[in-house]
Write a protein that binds this ligand. Structure first.
Ligand SMILES: [Zn+2]
Length: 483
């Protein structure tokens, strides 16, 4: 029997605020352990939480950009469970009046187009601290760092709309890009500010029943999520093919073994004894406030990619690459405004600029904002090329100089004397080359048109690329007396 994958995601992303969600502690990453803490995020008796206005605004912005229904009143609940990294013994979350329900994210499937992945709900909660188990030390205890406790965390729960590994990959990339465009999170998976959890089941192909799903946690990168999908697909299809049943449970990814392992049978909402948090007031979201936040939502990646294809007649691939980061798309549009040759400008960005960024990006991903050659300089370079002021060969020589000096290309052309030679300067060189290559010259005179390439090449070499191929060929022909 052939099985079809049914996947839904729980996305957790830390919001980009300067202070935590219920207190004024700093959210700075990698501070010394337990330095960004206070009575509120340590859960000391008598301390009271106060909602961070900016965290709520970023959460609302995300909900509105996902086309969610945002009710006029939203409330916070306590989710009760015991774990050392949760000092209050409950997490403040939302379980009843979510910030947003419904909605969808449009994901980019490349050549296959786009697909809408439904959103079940989106809610604002707090992150937990970190248990540390120092390796290589014979310790009989664990350490606890509560800097992360109380960081604003947004959870986005999708519908089980994803049907393949490729769609899962596209979803993760599109979600990350979406959140980065919105500027609500820095989305650093390696620092844990963007995390994906998976729920996954199988069903016989062609049916629309839902099988029993398992949840998988501890997935700290996109590639681990994909490995986990492969492993679970193998495990569940084997189980079902043998007539067995999938148990509804939470499983943990074991990176060393490359398998998932049962962690606990899935708890239900009642296990958490959710109840409204009496320390926090309800939040009213007025229409006026919604409007204000909506006005701050930029054009999103999938829409922008579509517009790039139509407005600038770019291929789906090129448009996808140029809109893969907001800074790249902004750079491209700024350059095109200055010189209207979208394809020419796109080519420089997709080759030279992206190579430069890729070579230098480490854990901290670089963007076009870090690129030393700014949009006006690229626009001018392409303009000089289009006007025939410089040749392609000269442009290639200019580019590293622009990178090194930060100077505009026209300035460098003047300073370095890189202008193409005009016919009067070229003539003696052409005569010299013809004289030094009599056999080739005869071939051209006798009708072997292609032989002229050798003469063009020789002139180019002698002039260090300063001859314009467009005017050089006619000049050689006239010297040889051929049409
Ligand atoms: Zn605090």
């Amino acid at each position: 029997m052939e099985f079809e994958l049914v996947i839904g995601f729980e996305v957790h992303t830390e919001l980009k605020t300067r202070s935590k969600v219920w207190c004024g502690c700093s959210t700075e990453f990698a501070s010394p352990p337990n330095t960004n803490v206070c009575p509120v995020c340590l859960g000391l008796p008598g301390s009271l939480p106060v909602l961070n206005r900016e965290a709520f605004r970023l959460a609302l912005k995300t909900a509105l950009a996902l086309h969610c229904d945002v009710p006029p009143i939203t409330t916070f609940d306590r989710k009760n469970y015991y774990y050392p990294d949760l000092p209050k013994n409950y997490q403040i979350s939302q379980n009843d009046k979510f910030l947003g329900k419904g909605g969808h994210l449009e994901i980019d499937l490349g050549e296959a187009g786009t697909k809408r992945v439904g959103i079940d709900n989106i809610h604002l909660e707090e992150d937990a601290g970190k248990n540390l188990h120092p390796e290589g030390k014979a310790l009989d205890y664990s350490l606890l760092d509560l800097n992360r406790a109380g960081m604003p965390l947004l959870e986005i729960v999708t519908q089980p709309d994803i049907r393949s590994r490729e769609e899962a990959q596209a979803f993760m990339a599109s979600m990350r890009n979406f959140l980065k465009y919105l500027d609500v999170s820095d989305c650093k998976m390696e620092e844990g500010s963007l995390r994906f959890e998976l729920n996954m089941s199988l069903r016989p192909k062609g049916t629309d029943l839902f099988g029993t799903k398992v949840e998988v946690k501890n997935l700290n990168s996109t590639s681990v999520v994909l490995k986990c999908i492969d492993a679970e697909l193998g495990r569940q299809s084997e189980l079902l093919a043998e007539g067995g049943q999938v148990v509804q449970e939470t499983r943990l990814w074991d990176e060393a073994a490359g398998v998932t392992r049962a962690m606990r049978t899935k708890e239900t909402a009642t296990d958490y004894r959710y109840f409204p948090d009496p320390d926090l007031v309800d939040v009213e979201v007025t229409e006026a406030y919604k409007k204000e936040v909506l006005a701050d939502i930029p054009e999103l990646p999938v829409a922008r990619c579509r517009r790039f294809q139509e407005k600038y007649t770019l291929s789906a691939y090129d448009a996808g690459l140029l809109t893969s980061a907001r800074q790249t798309a902004d750079y491209f549009e700024e350059a095109v405004r200055l010189h209207n040759n979208p394809k020419g400008i796109a080519n420089w960005i997709m080759t030279e600029a992206m190579r430069w960024l890729n070579e230098r990006s480490g854990a901290d991903e670089l963007t076009m904002d870090d690129f030393p050659v700014k949009a006006p300089a690229i626009a001018e370079l392409v303009r000089l090329l289009d006007e025939g002021t410089i040749t392609g060969k000269i442009a290639k020589q200019l580019f590293p100089m622009m990178l090194d000096t930060g100077k505009m290309p026209a300035t460098l052309v003047e300073e370095k004397g890189l202008k193409p030679l005009d016919d009067s300067a070229l003539e003696p060189v052409v005569e010299e080359v013809i004289a030094s290559m009599p056999k080739v010259a005869d071939d051209v005179r006798n009708g072997k048109g292609k032989a002229i390439g050798a003469l063009v090449g020789a002139v180019m070499k002698k002039t260090q690329g300063k001859a314009n191929p467009a005017t050089l060929t006619p000049l050689i022909k006239s010297k040889l007396g051929v049409e």
